[in-house]
Structures are given as C-alpha cells and as structure tokens.
Design a protein around this ligand. Sequence first.
Ligand code: ZN
Length: 359
Amino acid sequence: MDSYFSDDYAEARGKFLAAAEISGAHLLQLEHPLKGPGGEALGTDIVFLGPRDARNIVVAGSATHGIEGFCGSGCQTGFLRENWAARLNSDTALVLVHANNPYGFAHQRRVNEDNIDLNRNFIDFKAGRPDSHGYAELHPSLVPETWDGPAREKADAAIETFKQRAGLKQFQQITSRGQYEFPDGLFYGGSEPSWSRRTIEDFARKCLSSAARVALVDFHTGLGPRGYGEIIGRGGPGDQQYERTCAWYGDEVKSAAVGNSASVRLNGTIDFGYRRACPKAEITAITLEFGTRPLEEVHEAIRADNWLYAKGGADNSPCFKTIKEQVRAAFYGEDSQWKEDIWVRGQEIVEQALAGVNG
Ligand SMILES: [Zn+2]
C-alpha cells in the first residue's frame, strides 16, 4: 500500500499511468502548457473504469490544490492496481481524474501557475466578482514585504490582534473563503477561468454527457484531525443534494453551511464546474478532507509559500528550502500510518459513492 504513494509529481504520474496501462482502461491525457521544476511534462490524466456511456458515474479527483495531490494520487493508483474495474456493474463507471492542478502538484504548491486557488476559480465571472469580505484589511499583514525583521513582526502582531478580536474561525472564514482582488494574495480565485478549469469543464462536457447521476469525490488535505477523512457536503438540511449526501455517506457528513465542518464557506469550488458542464445530471459532490497538521500551522505554511513566490524570489530565496519543507509537512502526511489511514478511508468513501449513484 505504501508503494501507491509517491515523493513527487513525476513519480506519482508515472505510477498512475503505469497502473492505467496494465488495467487496459481508456486513458485521456490533457497536456499542460508549462513544465515541472525538473523540466518534466505536466498534464491532467483521466482514466475511465467501466463503460464510457455509463449513466452512473463516480469521479474521484486529485490535486485540485496541487501539493495535496500526494494523497488522492495514492488512492487513484490503488484503485487501478487493485482492479476496481471488476467491482463495477454494467451501468456504472469510476473516472479517476489525476491532477486537476498539475503545475501546483509538480511545484509542490497549493495554487496553480497563476497563484490561483483552483477550488475558488469556478465562480461565474460574468456575474461580477464576489466581495472579499474583510480580506483586504488583512492582506498587507498576510503578505508582508519581508519574511524577517520589523515588517514581519508588525504583520504577525496585526494578525494576532485580529484573531484575538474576531476568533480563529472568523479569521479562517475571512482569509480562506476566496478573494478576487489581490492576485498576489492568499486564496485568490482569479479573474477568469484558469487552464485547469477550462480543461476540467471541457472534459466533463464531452465525456460525462451520458450521465444521469454523478458523484464527485475530490481528495484534499490540510484540515481536520490528522489522518481522518472528513466528508464535506454542500448545503444544509432541506437541500436535496445535502440530504442525498447524508443518505449515501451517513452521520459523518459535515457542511460549512451547517457550521460543523473543518472548512468554512467557500466561493467557486470545483463542483460548480461539473454542474455547468453536466446540467442534466444529478450531482452529489463532496470534498474528502484529510487532516495533517494543526490549522494555524497549515495556514502559516500557506502564508509562507505565498510570500516566497510573491515577495521572496522563489527558489532564489535563502528561505526556499525551509518554506518548501514547511509546506510539504502541511499537506502530505508521509508516514506509513497516515498513508494507511488515507487508503482505508479513500476506499470506504468511493465504495459508498458507487453504491450511492446506483441508488
Ligand atoms: Zn484543498
């Protein structure tokens, strides 16, 4: 099981493609225009297990947040190596979307090539950009000019004061909901559809058009207790999708709208893309969120990584190695126990999703 997981994007992609080839499943490769840090090619690779015209489809996706892809990629390779195609009935498909954000995965960043948080990029840009809900006030402190010295100390003090006044949950809500005003800031949703969004919506329009029911399971890391996979549904009691999510996955379903999730309410998540691309399908989307490190540590790693590329000169910075290690620890558990927890839970949830789309 350990061998399903990898140390970098190239290895993860290699394992996924090798397992796909052995399985004989249909493979779609969508090449990204840029390269990885070692000059390697990048792409979103999609494997269809089961009939391509199935009416019931489970889409299991990884690396919407780049570096978080170590987790989902491991499970996707596991589904191939353990021949999950054999579990599907004649009207059901399991579609594995490997690396929604391959650039971020390869460069071990949460964001994409344009500093966009892909899971905030699926808004309707024609409807105008959402209000940034207090983010603007915090932006100068979240992105200080320097990572050491007085500017950083002042910024940290301002953040601490804000947390004391508003509480950690409100701080999380304001900073991470998704903002559309500061391209060099945190949780930036972009000003137009990104390469990844266009690629995903295009694939879904072309390849999922036969679907009557689509279950989305998007693998993420960084929130909640270490190794635990929180099922984050959409909406709340009374919403059809939310009620269906609870019926499929049981009591452990959480929701930001209900207020019991490790996540807060977000703008422009990936499920809106699938909804746009497959308007006739009944879509039941969850984020499967695996914990790594405590929330404030994860948030600080996101802030550090953002500073590194926005102000620090990226790999020319003396802080490069330290910050990249900090980011990796925030989004990848690495130890065998964590990988085991992810694989056990990943199988359980995708099994439930398959049962769900089958009614
Ligand atoms: Zn994520």
